[in-house]
Write a protein of this length. Structure first.
Lengths: 165, 183
């Protein structure tokens, strides 16, 4: 059962702070005078000091043998992840007009290059409507060679007869 | 710490070497489990490593370090609702090692009876600390083992000095009851 000082019920709390040296000068003097007069509080103060002594002389772990190694491995892994992330981090690259200009130039150059390479372009230039047909029905692209030589097929009978001659 | 802030990696290694043991022990007093305590301590140092930029020279490094340690320990509680368990002194550690902490008193020379009594005392203290509410345990550990002032502890726990005073007082009252056979 807890015993409380009859003279000053708040003395228990003051004793705890007194043991830690965290009282104002006024409260410290009050406690010192009180301890001289009160057996109960002297016992309480002795108990606080015993608890502190008991706690201090117990429990001291040494780090495991692999504690430091394990920690530095984590640090290395964290650094590696940070480097990978930084490479992709656009904010780290910063906004610079030169990047925007380079990107725009690349897009335009790719467009021009692809435009000149496409077979549609050659067909359109030749006034052939086959390209348009292919564009409208992409399945025709599979038979592009056939489509490209439709004229020959249309004239197939004439050509065959000529070969017979 | 300021050297590390300025890019000196060796400075961080020195800090790690100096503070690893006290931080592990602080975490151990919180969770009473060696493996978890070491995991928490590593998390503390990783946060220091990553958060060096957030350190302000106005605060002592020690105070800042334990503020991080308090957060890591309390986060752990919130995260997994960890129930503190005190490992039996007879149970081997996770890797077959001795998980029980060493006693500071000169046990090497003590007779077997005293060794057993000392181990029982150590276990009882651990059990009693484990039985305290998290905040009381942290406040008392910071005061008793790390010897921080109430002002520092208030900063580390983000509360008032008055609350620190009350937490420590209540912790001592509880311990007085739990450890009365050893006082």
């Amino acid at each position: 059962m807890k015993k409380t000082c009859n003279i000053n019920p708040k003395m228990n709390q003051l004793l705890s702070a007194f043991a830690d040296g965290h009282l104002s000068e006024k409260d410290r003097s009050l406690v010192v005078r009180h301890l001289e007069a009160c057996d109960l509080c002297r016992d309480e103060y002795a108990a606080i000091q015993s608890i502190d002594r008991l706690l201090r002389k117990s429990e001291e772990l040494e780090p495991s043998a692999n504690f430091a190694d394990s920690f530095w491995r984590k640090v290395d892994a964290m650094e590696a992840a940070k480097e990978r992330k930084a490479w992709f981090n656009w904010r780290d690259w910063g906004f610079r007009p030169v990047w925007a200009a380079a990107a725009a130039t690349l897009v335009i150059a790719s467009g021009v290059f692809l435009y000149h390479r496409t077979p549609f372009r050659a067909l359109d230039d030749a006034g052939d409507s086959t390209g348009l047909l292919i564009a409208e029905d992409i399945d025709l692209y599979d038979d592009f060679e056939v489509v490209q030589h439709l004229e020959l097929l249309e004239q197939w009978e004439t050509i065959s007869s000529m070969e017979e001659i | 710490m300021l050297n590390y802030q300025n890019g000196d990696q060796r400075a961080f290694r020195e800090l790690f070497e100096i503070h690893q043991k006290p931080v592990i022990n602080f975490c151990f007093r919180f969770c009473q489990n060696r493996a978890l305590a070491e995991d928490l301590a590593q998390e503390v140092f990783l946060r220091v490593y990553r958060g060096a930029a957030g350190y302000r020279p106005e605060a002592r490094f020690n105070t800042w370090l334990y503020r991080i340690a308090v957060n890591v320990c309390l986060n752990e509680t919130r995260k997994i609702h960890y129930r503190v368990q005190v490992d039996s002194i007879d149970r081997p550690g996770p890797k077959g090692g001795d998980d029980s902490p060493k006693q500071i008193c000169d046990e090497e020379q003590a007779d077997p009876g005293e060794k057993v009594a000392s181990k029982q005392r150590g276990e009882m203290i651990a059990r009693s600390l484990a039985g305290l509410p998290d905040q009381q345990r942290i406040a008392l550990a910071l005061r008793t083992y790390q010897e921080f002032s109430y002002e520092d502890i208030a900063g580390q726990m983000s509360c008032s000095e008055g609350k620190v005073k009350t937490l420590i007082f209540r912790a001592r009252q509880s311990l007085k009851e739990m450890l009365k056979d050893f006082l």
